[in-house]
Write a protein that binds this ligand. Structure first.
Ligand code: CO
Length: 288
């Protein structure tokens, strides 16, 4: 565990909008909250989707996500609590549990499954979809599992603990870096009354999602189970958060691609033709 001195900001971003997710189910009937989808894909470019899942009822998660394809983007699964096994068509297999992350670049295509390895207890976490630039959409698939201990962490003088999944924050480099989209992905644990600041490039779109307690950004309260979309004021050089009670949240930012987004379920490309090609390739068994 590192300690890190916090950046002093000139000006913090503010909250543009609060979003309440939509309860839905996916896979073979996994209950989840879809926080980012549809029109927000352009507002929050390069992020395509955020699902939050949290349940202690096995009926909500036990069926998991049997074999399904992806093409054209990256999936980042962050498991706060629980145990999931993933397998893909290239013969890879791995575990994801308590504080671990799976970062998968679907590229030109994978078929994989994500199945719980627990019959009871809590399953809680997030799946974030990060778009790939047009020139990388057909790249070779890649993935890596990070156990909880592989995620760099630091603590501030205010006793805020920050897990740096991607990008870098207050001088601490995260588990994953990406050119082009330059994603930042932090999990932030704040004691009641604490404050936390991190710099954010003015070019980046950014949002946070509070999953415990409540915070404030400037004058705007952000309660639990809400996404706050951060403003893009060009003169703001980061964001300052204040915990109005003990709070946990993720903070996500990335550089927009500014390319057309055409999504058909698990395929996200730039044109309708590329979607047809993805369907053809999938149906004819040309995914890895
Ligand atoms: Co998947």
């Amino acid at each position: 565990m590192n300690t890190a001195a916090q950046t002093t900001l000139q000006q913090s971003r503010t909250i543009d909008r609060l979003i309440e997710g939509v309860a839905t189910s996916d896979g073979a009937g996994v209950k989840l909250t879809r926080v980012l989808a549809g029109k927000l894909q352009y507002r929050l470019d390069p992020f395509l989707m955020l699902d939050a899942f949290a349940s202690d009822d096995p009926d909500d998660y036990i069926a998991g996500f049997p074999d399904h394809p992806h093409r054209g983007f990256e999936t980042v699964t962050y498991m706060l609590s629980g145990r999931m096994r993933h397998r893909d068509s290239a013969g890879h297999e791995g575990w994801l549990e308590n504080g671990g992350v799976q970062w998968m670049t679907a590229g030109r295509g994978v078929i994989h499954s994500e199945i719980p390895e627990q019959k009871d207890g809590v399953m809680e976490g997030f799946q974030l979809w990060l778009n790939l630039p047009a020139q990388s959409k057909m790249m070779q698939p890649w993935y890596k599992d990070f156990a909880s201990r592989d995620i760099p962490e630091y603590t501030t003088g205010d006793n805020v603990t920050v897990r740096v999944i991607a990008g870098s924050s207050n001088g601490v480099k995260g588990a994953v870096t990406r050119e082009t989209t330059e994603p930042l992905y932090l999990d932030i644990h704040m004691p009641a009354g604490s404050a936390f600041s991190t710099s954010l490039p003015a070019t980046h779109n950014a949002f946070l999602y509070v999953y415990r307690g409540a915070i404030r950004v400037g004058d705007t309260p952000v309660p639990s189970s809400r996404m706050g979309i951060l403003s893009n004021a060009p003169e703001a050089d980061g964001v300052t958060l204040t915990a109005t009670e003990e709070a946990r949240l993720i903070l996500v930012a990335g550089k927009p691609l500014k390319e057309p987004i055409v999504q058909y379920g698990p395929f996200v490309m730039n044109t309708q033709e590329e979607i047809h090609q993805a369907l053809d390739d999938f149906r004819s068994g040309h995914f890895a």
